[in-house]
Write a protein that binds this ligand. Sequence first.
Ligand SMILES: [Mg+2]
Length: 403
Amino acid sequence: MTQPAPKQHWVGHADLDAFYASVEARDHPEYRGRPLVVGALPGHRGVVAAANYAARKFGIHSAMPIAEAYRRCPDAIYLPPDMARYSRVSRDIFRILETITPMVEPVSVDEAYLDLTGLERLIGSPETIGREIKRRILEGTGLTVSVGIGPNRLIAKLGSEYRKPDGLTVVHPEQVPAFLSPMPVASLRGLGRQTEKIFSRLGIKTVAQLRSLPLSYLEVQLGKRAAANFHQQALGIASAEVVPGRGRKSISRETTFEEDLLDQETLHAVLRRLTAKVAATARREQLSGSVVTLKIRFAGFETHTRQHRLTVPTHDERVILREAWRLFLHGKLPRKPVRLIGVGISDWQQPDSEPTQADLFEPPQKREKDDRLLETLDRVADRFGKGKLQLGYATKSERRKLR
Ligand SMILES: [Mg+2]
């Protein structure tokens, strides 16, 4: 008997072009073709949240101080962000993407991965699917999207970045090496400042150069884990798994320490950082979890998990952190140096379920206000990189540093 041919995976990455600015131009035809900047207003403190392509020609980009943008182009149209409107458009976009496949994994308000495997019979070739995604988004929302399609997530993402705006790039498996070769190593995922420095010291500029180096050499330079990661990426090897937002069972983050850690203040600070990421993902996917899980590993892979069930499901990092820390302190865990710490939430609330008893103890206005604050934080984080803004509960040592 012959073995069936292995199934070809196809992953798509869709990314709206200059999303906030494009929504403004769509809703105000008189702005079209003119440089347009969404963000703080000139004369005020603050930064650019989004700039359209006409404004980018002046060198204006996201996170640039608004004063600098104004200096470069005083004639641009400057608008404050209208987050409620952008969220509505975002929901339309996801609804349209789900007409292509239910396997849509949201990355941010205007970005998603799609599992396109097996759609050839239904829609057509990857090129046809890509054109179809673009057509449906344009007809449904009046906005352009750049789409990358390839055998895995890495290639799909690089594909959508390859030609922007309004791009479509399909990379077939046999084209992957040639597609990656000329790319700067900086286009690879997870390249931190430290690794960037090492690459530049070694004179590695392109993916082709990186690929030509033996893994053993990279291991000496970068350490085992990073070496394996970048070696794989240089070969175009990456996950093809797409996790649809509603399909996932839990959201969790964990981190392993290079040296085992006993200091509670540091552990609390790390847990807070992980919790912020978990909560941001949950909010982006509009999920609220009822169970908080803490995971702790000590030297020698001795691993413990502790769980707490909440009366009210949450995506609030303050609640998750409070419960996770309570589990750490009172979960009858041994007092030993910690190798790994992780936090997660699970057991989603049905979005349309009745409020539970405990909700009655908190006035609804307050909950809405909290949600708005958290959403604003998410958007700032999406735009300007994580870690710039956190809710105010600094640890003692951080407070000392701030003084
Ligand atoms: Mg975008």
